[in-house]
Structure formats: structure tokens, C-alpha cells
Design a protein around this ligand. Structure first.
Ligand code: ADP
Ligand code: MG
Length: 540
């Protein structure tokens, strides 16, 4: 009975509370006023819960169909058929990733098309013949690269203005076939121009400048295979050669028609008068955005100063003293181009070609972002590599590139992989030239499946066997991200590509958010220049 008393008091109290106020106060003026005892929002939630709706966890509306963004939290998914408007905001899967509690979260930008954009929207009638190339050059192409049958969209846009003698700036996505778009017109011009043979030192008529010796070897290999059928000699002039080796290289080929050089080696050869650029009639700056970077700018300025670049198209046609045509190509639009152009030529004679997919997230490559603590990266990487090794035994697969931001990380990570008995190659800029030589080539030949490297392997190198890129360190700029990711999903790639990026620092997260937003909006990445600042005439 004693226990029943408090219960009675309680029920009395509840009754009194439920009674209209007038019963307590007896004041007629307050009769109509409702009394709020439970906050409205709480009441609504309780009602919802009672009616069975809105109970926690809230059911997620999973829409059928393929996804553009697939997140760990499915409510942040974006279907492939939706595109976020330019000014529209959406909750990002990487939102809140600067907080440490977001660790182990992840999301992917899915593959929404199978083939590289450069091969899309080509009319079946497109052919190299229609671009104005001579039969001799076409034959050489057929012999050297029988797999190249129809031009990519970049080649269709670039070759005709080059054959008409325009200076060209071409900015188009990675792996779209830019090398052939300048090499074919280069050879055609050399075949037409006179080869006046009166030289004391090597005096090439064509020159391609590239930022790394690996890329020099690669471009030289493509050019040589074409040149062989046209009776034109192509030589590489890579960095890391001592003065005596440089001399030997140039003396061995005094009549080289085309030189593919790195800025450092070329600068050395020019300074010591081992090479003479007076007879140049075609000069290419490949990966021009990197060549205009501070580390190369001074050298490139000097090289261009020594090159006889045509001021007008008439100067190109001078039969006795033809001047050089200038071509600049890159996968990201170069900054500081105006200053360069003002020094070498009038911008009026420059045709700018930018692909519609420039600076866009590649739609045919799956890109996964994993938010990790720094200490978790090694375990994650080892797991990925071992998993890949396992699947390799059952199904055909490609090779893997692991990017780090510094040479010391490459070395350190190499030792760790050695401990785990994971076979790999290493490539970084601080290696001695003798060690560096041939590393990328042996990786390209698939003699080794994993290459741990710095950004020196991110520019221009063709890698059709590569299946997976791992950004062990997240790149420091969006340009670097574009270049690294561009090692997969190339025209002619044998396997569909994937990029996995480890995200650890707050500054990494800022870049990831820009990438995610650009992917959701299907627009180009922000903050990268996409035109020459002063508008240039677009006529071809
Ligand atoms: P980029 O310089 O734009 O990054 P590359 O010139 O290195 O690209 O070319 C990428 C790959 O595409 C190379 O393996 C090349 O042989 C191949 N390729 C180029 N043009 C064609 C084409 N028209 N058809 C098929 N494959 C091509
Ligand atoms: Mg290239």
C-alpha cells in the first residue's frame, strides 16, 4: 500500500497538468490560449515514430541505375543520369573530411563510359588522308604504327593548321594522341624543306623539347620508327649525361634531322656550341605547362632565344632561310604563356586548340578517394598490391603505378615493400642517370608489375599496360592530379583504368572537394587557366 501512494500522486499530477488552465486559475480571459508543454518538433517526431514513418535509421532512397558518385553513405550517391547544376550545391561525400572522425570514409567517381573521349564522336569518314598529309608520310605511319587507322579528335583538329604553317598551342587531355599530331606535320615539313648540308656542328631541322629524359626516349622511339621510313634521322638528347657523353652523342650523329631533348641537356649543348639551332624549321615544346614551370623556365627561355622562330607565315616559306614553326602541346593549359609568346612571336599567328574535355575528370576511369590517417597508408597499399597480385593469377590484369610526392618517400616505401616481398621498380629524380636509364622502359615492357615513383613519371609517359594508379601521397596541385590520373585510360589502353588516392591532410581534402564537385557538375576543374589571357584569334 505504501508503494501505491507515490503512483497515486503521480497520476494526480498528470491529471492536473492535462486539465485546462481555467480549472487551475479560473481566469476566463486565458481560456482559449493553448499551453505548449512538449516542444513542437519533438511532438512531430513522436507522431511520426508512432505512425511508423521516420523511425531511425531512416530508409535510404536507393535509385536504380548506374551511379556517377558512389559513397560509403548511400544517401550521398549521385546517379549517372543526374548532373549537378553549375550553381547548385549538394552535400559532398567528402564533406567533413577535414575532421579526424571522418577517417576510413571513402567514395568513388565511377566509370560512366567505356572508351576515351578522344575516340568518341569521330565520324567514320575521318581519315589521315583528309587532313592533308602526303602519301609518303601516310605510308610511314602505316608501316610504323599499323594500329593507328583513324585520327583521334585532337589529331583531326591539330594537323591541318600545322600543315598550313600556323604556330599552334594545343591543350588536350592526357592520352589523346598529341605526339602524332605534331610528329606527322613535323616530318612533312622536313620532307618539303631543303636540306642544305654545310654544317660544322649538329644542326637539326626539327626539335622536340620535353621535360624528362624518359619522355625524351619515348618520343624519340615514336619519331624514329616514323623517320626510318622517311629517311630522316632522329636522336635523343637526354639529361644526366656528362659533357663527354653529350659530345660523343652529338658527334656520332652530326647529320641528325630531329633532336628530342630535355631542356638541361640542350642548354648544355648550346652553351658549349655542340649544337646549332640556326637551321631549325620546326620546334615543339611538349608538356609545355611543365616546361614553363620555374624549374625549367630559364632554360626554355634561352633555348627559344637561340631558335629562329618565324614572326609571320611568310618567313616559314623563305626557300633559303626558312624560319621555324612553333608548336606547344600539353594536357593542362600552361600558365605564363603570354610572357613567353610576347618574347618569341606575335600571338596573331598562333592557333589555340583546346579539347572540350580539357581539365575535366576522365569519365572512363574509376577514381576512388580514401580518407586515411598517415600511419594507415602503408597497410592499405600493401593490401591493395597483394590483392592485385592474387587476382592476377586468375584473370589478365595490368601494371600498377604508385605515386609519392618526394624521392625520399619513394626510397622509404621501397624498403617497406621489400620487407613485404613485393617486387617493384623505383623511379625518382635524385637517382643517378645510369640507374634511372631504362627503368620506365622495363616497366612499360611489363617485366615488373609495380613502379613506385615521383611526378617525373606523371608527365607524358605512355603506359597502355597500366591498370591502377595509387596516389600514395595526394598530389599537391590539381594539375598534378590530372597528369597522374592520365597514365591510365589512354587511347589504346589494354585494360580499363582505376585511380585510388589516399587522402590524409586538410589541404588534400580541399583538392578532393574541388574534384568531387567538378565531377558531380561534369565541369572542368576550377582555377586552371583554359585560354590565353588576351583573346587570340581562333582562325585556323
Ligand atoms: P598524349 O601525348 O596525348 O598523352 P600519346 O601521343 O602519348 O598521348 O598517345 C597515347 C597512345 O595513343 C599511344 O599509345 C599512341 O600510340 C596511341 N594513339 C595515338 N593516336 C592514335 C590513333 N589515331 N589511333 C589509335 N591509337 C592512337
Ligand atoms: Mg604526350
Amino acid at each position: 500500500m505504501a508503494l501505491a501512494r507515490p503512483a497515486r500522486f503521480l497520476s494526480l499530477a498528470v491529471r492536473l497538468l492535462r486539465e485546462p488552465r481555467r480549472n487551475l486559475a479560473g481566469r476566463g480571459s486565458d481560456e482559449s490560449l493553448p499551453v505548449v508543454r512538449v516542444p513542437r518538433a519533438l511532438q512531430r517526431r513522436q507522431e511520426q515514430r508512432q505512425s511508423g514513418r521516420g523511425s531511425f535509421p531512416r530508409p535510404v532512397l536507393v535509385r536504380p541505375g548506374p551511379l556517377l558518385i558512389s559513397a560509403r553513405r548511400p544517401e550521398l550517391n549521385q546517379p549517372a543520369r543526374l548532373t549537378l547544376g553549375r550553381w547548385e550545391c549538394a552535400p559532398l561525400a567528402s564533406r567533413g573530411w577535414k575532421h579526424r572522425r571522418s577517417r576510413r570514409d571513402h567514395f568513388s567517381i565511377e566509370r560512366v563510359q567505356q572508351e576515351a573521349p578522344a575516340l568518341r564522336n569521330l565520324s567514320p569518314r575521318d581519315s589521315f588522308e583528309d587532313l592533308g598529309l602526303e602519301p609518303r608520310v601516310l605510308l610511314a605511319l602505316q608501316e610504323a604504327a599499323p594500329e593507328v587507322v583513324r585520327p583521334t579528335s585532337v589529331q583531326s583538329k591539330t594537323i591541318p593548321p600545322l600543315l598550313r604553317g600556323r604556330h599552334v598551342l594545343c591543350a588536350a587531355e592526357t592520352g589523346s594522341g598529341k605526339t602524332l599530331s605534331y610528329l606527322l606535320p613535323l616530318f612533312q615539313r622536313l620532307l618539303r624543306s631543303a636540306n642544305l648540308d654545310s654544317r660544322r656542328s649538329t644542326a637539326p631541322r626539327g626539335m622536340v623539347v620535353v621535360p624528362s629524359r624518359e619522355l625524351a626516349e619515348q618520343v624519340q622511339a615514336v619519331a624514329q620508327s616514323l623517320g626510318r621510313y622517311l629517311d630522316l634521322q632522329v636522336i635523343p638528347l637526354g639529361g644526366g649525361l656528362g659533357m663527354s657523353r653529350l659530345k660523343l652523342q652529338l658527334c656520332r650523329y652530326p647529320s641528325a634531322d630531329v633532336v628530342v631533348a630535355t631542356p638541361g641537356a640542350l642548354w648544355k649543348a648550346l652553351k658549349s656550341q655542340l649544337i646549332n639551332l640556326e637551321r631549325l624549321s620546326f620546334i615543339v615544346l611538349d608538356e609545355v605547362d611543365t616546361l614553363l614551370d620555374e624549374s625549367f623556365l630559364e632554360l626554355v627561355d634561352y633555348i627559344l632565344e637561340k631558335s629562329p622562330i618565324a614572326e609571320s607565315p611568310d618567313e616559314l616559306e623563305d626557300p633559303f632561310n626558312p624560319k621555324a614553326q612553333l608548336v606547344m602541346v600539353g594536357a593542362t593549359f600552361p600558365e605564363g604563356l603570354n610572357q613567353l609568346l610576347s618574347k618569341v612571336s606575335s600571338p596573331d599567328y598562333l592557333t589555340t586548340i583546346t579539347s572540350s574535355k580539357l581539365h575535366c575528370i576522365m569519365p572512363h576511369v574509376k577514381q576512388t578517394f580514401m580518407r586515411l590517417k598517415g600511419a594507415e597508408k602503408v597497410t592499405e597499399l600493401v593490401q591493395i598490391l597483394k590483392q592485385h597480385d592474387k587476382t592476377k593469377k586468375t584473370e589478365p590484369s595490368g601494371t600498377i603505378l604508385v605515386f609519392c610526392n618526394s624521392s625520399s618517400t619513394v626510397n622509404w616505401l621501397g624498403y617497406i615493400l621489400d620487407d613485404h616481398k613485393i617486387q617493384h621498380l623505383r623511379l625518382q629524380g635524385q637517382m643517378p642517370a645510369s640507374m634511372r636509364a631504362g627503368i620506365f622502359q622495363s616497366f612499360q615492357n611489363s617485366s615488373q608489375n609495380v613502379l613506385v615513383c615521383t611526378d617525373i613519371a606523371s608527365r607524358g609517359l605512355d603506359s597502355i599496360h597500366v591498370e591502377l594508379i595509387v596516389n600514395y601521397d595526394f598530389p599537391l596541385t590539381l594539375q598534378d592530379y590530372i597528369h597522374r590520373a592520365g597514365r591510365v585510360g589512354r587511347v589504346g589502353s589494354e585494360v580499363p583504368g582505376t585511380v585510388i588516392s589516399f587522402v590524409t591532410h586538410p589541404w588534400d581534402v580541399s583538392l578532393v572537394q574541388k574534384i568531387e564537385l567538378a565531377a558531380r557538375r561534369r565541369r572542368s576543374l576550377p582555377g586552371l587557366p583554359s585560354s590565353v589571357r588576351d583573346p587570340l584569334p581562333q582562325q585556323a
